[in-house]
Write a protein that binds this ligand. Structure first.
Ligand code: NAD
Length: 497
């Protein structure tokens, strides 16, 4: 059993906020770990040590900072299997997906290590021949990183690795559902031997631990990944400060558009992967499949058949396609949305329910819920994020209507189109609202060297993954005069008469 203790100033220390148990969502009889809950005192302590560590850390060369991260890559690689098993036990992700997530997190750190030896600014010419100008990136200070439970390994590294590589220090607060994975991350950070205070971990709830961290006056940057509701609260709090910015990556109501010329096997396969991987609990999951009316019957038949075939069970079993929901609250939320779909007039094609056969009764397992529904702009199920195995099939008459319906949600994270026609694919690329677009692919499967961030309610326009470097650095201008005289741009006169 894992004991989660705050990691502050290079030491694992307890807290006075009491403890919380984390149980395996596939088998609630198993306690995965016990988490020390932090409050105001621990947060103040963590921010203070990160603040004190900042001047020395930023003064080290970027290349040296990259070398610390390179050592971290070696430690994480060695621990890949044990991290994958822990993610499966704590979060409920199937072991194959969990291993892919750990690989993705390591890719992020590797990417950042590579950037340590690349330019961190530009040399630009001036209007005046004797002047050179530079754009140089500078770190911003102590970064607060707050993350959700659905990617407990990868998302922390998306945020922490670019922040520290660029010379910032970090206070990281994971979700209380996945603090055990964070504890193991802290142990790896400790093994590498980062200078004390550069990366700190604190555990606890959003209200008692997350919000005081956001409000702390010595935090200039908040990196948040989670729900749109909490992201919006964080944005409001940051706006009260003159010098606090936040980059929020939030939910989605993603769709796959299946056009009349689609390769049907590819369309069905992409839809099943997008709908059910991680039991639909990915921000990139597709819960809407917009299908051309000419292919509707064929799509529905194949999709429902395949939805019935997916194997749901023990996350540690490689043969399973997917595992449980994260907790009872999330499971009940999905069941309530299933009922709401019926109330809103859905034609149910596959009724989803809690699975209780044998050992499944000890976990939060749900079978897929699939329905057909005509688009209605007032429908809650067609507009709100469900985060579970809940899929609407929405018939459309043509591409024009598909694009219109695609954009008729407050979210804009991922879009996929299945078509053999490059002109139609281009229309979708240009006119749909999204941050991540795919052609003939599922909505899931992002790679770290691309930007990751949505529009509308899904993001604040400062994408994560590789492009987070822009968020955690300030671009400064530095202009040098090589002449003995002062010559001004824009024709400004300098002679004093
Ligand atoms: P959540 O918003 O409930 O919590 C996210 C984090 O915020 C947690 O660490 C939580 O403790 C903290 N938090 C909660 N209340 C807070 C408050 N008042 N102040 C400060 N921090 C607070 O989200 P979740 O349930 O953990 O994760 C699921 C959500 O995350 C979904 O909406 C999903 O779409 C989204 N998500 C988005 C992305 C993306 O990159 N766009 C990736 C993964 C998950």
């Amino acid at each position: 059993m894992i004991q989660c203790k705050n990691y502050i100033n290079g030491q694992f220390i307890g807290s006075r906020g009491g403890t919380l148990e984390r149980r395996n969502p596939a088998n609630t009889q198993e306690v995965v770990g016990v988490i020390n809950q932090s409050g105001e005192d621990e947060i103040n302590n963590a921010v203070s040590v990160a603040h004190n560590a900042f001047p020395a850390w930023r003064a080290i060369s970027r290349v040296r900072r990259g070398e610390y991260l390179d050592r971290l890559v070696q430690v994480l690689k060695r621990e890949t299997e044990s991290f994958s098993r822990l993610v499966a036990r704590e979060m409920g992700k199937n072991i194959n997906e969990a291993t892919a997530e750990v690989t993705e997190g390591i890719h992020m750190v590797q990417y950042v290590v590579g950037t340590a030896r690349t330019p961190f600014g530009d040399v630009v010419s001036s209007e005046i021949a004797e002047k050179d100008s530079f754009m140089r990136r500078k770190p911003k200070g102590v970064v607060a990183a707050i993350t959700p439970w659905n990617f407990p390994f990868a998302i922390p590294f998306w945020l922490i690795a670019p922040s520290v590589a660029e010379g910032n220090t970090v206070v990281f607060k994971p979700s209380k559902e996945t603090s055990c994975t964070a504890q193991k991350l802290a142990e790896c950070v400790h093994e590498v031997g980062f200078p004390p205070g550069v990366i700190n971990f604190i555990y606890g709830s959003g209200e008692k631990c997350g919000m005081p961290l956001v409000r702390h006056p010595d935090i200039p940057v908040v990196l948040f990944t989670g729900s749109a509701e909490i992201g919006q609260q964080i944005r409001k709090v940051c706006a009260e400060f003159p010098d606090k910015m936040c980059a929020c990556e939030m939910g989605g109501k993603n769709a796959i558009i299946v056009l009349d010329d689609a390769d049907m096997n590819l369309a069905v396969n992409a839809s099943v992967i997008s709908a059910y991987k991680t039991s639909g609990q990915r921000c990139t999951a597709a819960s809407r499949i917009i299908v051309h009316k000419n292919r509707l019957k064929e799509f529905e038949k194949k999709f429902v058949e395949m939805s019935k075939r997916i194997r749901i069970g023990d996350p540690l079993d490689q043969n399973m396609f997917t595992g449980p929901l994260i907790n009872e609250t999330q499971m009940n939320k999905v069941l309530n949305y299933n009922q709401l779909a019926k109330d809103e007039g859905a034609r149910v094609l596959l009724d989803g329910a809690r699975l209780t056969q044998g050992k499944l009764a000890n976990g939060y397992f749900l079978s897929p819920f699939v329905y057909r529904m005509t688009h209605n702009t007032k429908s809650r199920v067609l507009r709100e994020e469900v985060f579970g195995p809940h899929v609407a099939i929405i018939p459309v008459k043509d591409l024009e209507q598909a694009i219109e319906i695609h954009n008729d949600t407050d979210y804009g994270l991922v879009c996929s189109v299945i078509t053999e026609d490059f002109r139609k694919a281009r229309e979708v690329r240009e006119r749909c609202d999204y941050g991540l677009g795919y052609w003939n692919l599922p909505t899931i499967g992002a790679e770290v060297h691309l930007p990751f961030g949505g529009v509308k309610k899904s993001g604040t326009g400062m994408p994560s993954a590789s492009t987070l470097i822009d968020v955690v650095t300030h671009r400064t201008a530095w202009t040098v005069n090589y002449s003995k005289e002062i010559k001004m741009a824009q024709g400004m006169r300098v002679d004093i008469k």
